[in-house]
Design a protein around this ligand. Structure first.
Ligand code: NAD
Ligand code: UDP
Length: 321
């Protein structure tokens, strides 16, 4: 039997590169696509010589031409950290809208199944807690985070339109905060930020009073959930995340203990529209996919710290991407 072929956009990023690894391990032929706007070639360098892997440097907001059959498409290209999408707001809107449109068109032409990476940000600053898929969200369309949240909401809408109107096989994963090796140390997300600060001997910066909550999922658990969702027959959005919730203040203390840093925490202004609370309701993923996280935060954070600890001095002190 011929190998199935999967196209993964955002392949040089954090999640995209782990997905490439997983699909290669499962015996697929993988085509990775990226324009490196927030990603890094080093995340996929180990795959470049692999016979089942090919890489195409391309901006997915431009027409995508692939001259081979595709079975699956995973659309993960998009800036994902608040400082990234605040720095490149128009590209963020374009990759979620024009990029998604191009990939849906490609999926239709190839009769491929497409899974798109949505986010817990579609729930905005949620008024329902924890967040089930049935919650419509509370997003400030014109706030600085709106460029990401609305791009992802549009992405879900156009994906469902292709499903309903063209009968395309679609999957939508709503990813909650996910962490692990290959996150960019300077991407501004809380885990690389705290890890970098601890390793450089700087104080840990808590935004606001630190009572806002997040629920952190280790990357291997996230990849497993995405893999199962792709192979399921469910077309509506599914939350994938770890429901173990923690305040940012308590999380900073955990990182201080884990890293053994002698530094303390300092407080800075809370960014506009920073959600006060976030915790996935994963009842649907459990029922539908038989999935739930297997890796505790303490275990996942040790693996992540080991990755950051081994980065070069150069990377540790590089402040700009
Ligand atoms: P990342 O920044 O590490 O990876 C994104 C990748 O997409 C990068 O390699 C970047 O260069 C590429 N990219 C961006 N725009 C592109 C374009 N126009 N054309 C081609 N490539 C482009 O981020 P990540 O954390 O790996 O996130 C991947 C996806 O998962 C994103 O769609 C993001 O919205 C979603 N997501 C991630 C999380 C998380 O916690 N990591 C949470 C929710 C949703
Ligand atoms: N945060 C913080 N200090 C930092 C970076 C982030 O206190 O140096 C906070 C941020 O305000 C938010 C939480 O940590 O409340 C998670 O931020 P992240 O950017 O990782 O993800 P998101 O806000 O998209 O969930």
């Amino acid at each position: 039997m011929n190998k199935k072929t999967v196209l993964i956009t955002g392949a040089a990023g954090f999640l995209g590169s782990h997905l490439c690894d997983r699909f290669i391990t499962e015996g697929y032929a993988v085509i990775g696509m990226d324009n490196f706007i927030t990603g890094d070639k080093k995340n996929i360098v180990h795959l470049l010589e692999h016979p089942n892997f090919q890489f195409i440097k391309h901006d997915v907001t431009e027409y995508i031409n692939i001259d081979q059959d595709l079975d699956y498409i995973l659309h993960f290209a998009s800036p994902a950290s608040p400082i990234d999408y605040l720095k490149i707001p128009i590209q963020t809107l374009k990759v979620g809208s024009l990029g998604t449109h191009n990939l849906l068109g490609l999926a239709k032409a190839k009769r491929a199944r497409i899974l798109i990476a949505s986010t817990s940000e579609v729930y905005g600053d949620p008024l329902v807690h924890p967040q089930p898929e049935t919650y419509y969200g509370n997003v400030n369309t014109i706030g600085p985070r709106g460029v990401y949240d609305e791009a992802k909401r549009f992405q879900e809408a156009i994906t469902m339109a292709y499903h309903r109107f063209h009968g395309l096989e679609t999957r939508i994963v709503r990813i909650f905060n996910t962490y692990g090796p290959r996150m960019r140390l300077n991407d501004g997300r809380v885990i690389p930020a705290f890890m970098g600060q601890a390793l450089r001997g700087e104080d840990l910066t808590i935004f606001g009073n630190g009572l806002q909550t997040r629920s952190f999922c280790y990357v291997d658990d996230q990849v497993e959930g995405i893999y199962r969702l792709l192979l399921s027959d469910y077309s509506y959005p599914v939350n994938i995340g770890n429901p173990h919730e923690i305040t940012i203040k308590d999380f900073a203390e955990e990182i201080i203990k884990l890293t053994g840093t002698a530094q303390k925490v300092i407080y800075k202004d809370l960014p506009i529209d920073d959600p006060l609370q976030r915790q996935p309701d994963i009842t649907l993923a459990k029922e539908l996919l038989g999935w739930e996280p297997q890796i505790s935060r303490s275990e996942g954070m040790i693996k992540t710290f080991n990755y950051f600890k081994n980065l070069s001095e150069n990377e540790l002190y590089k402040s700009e991407h």
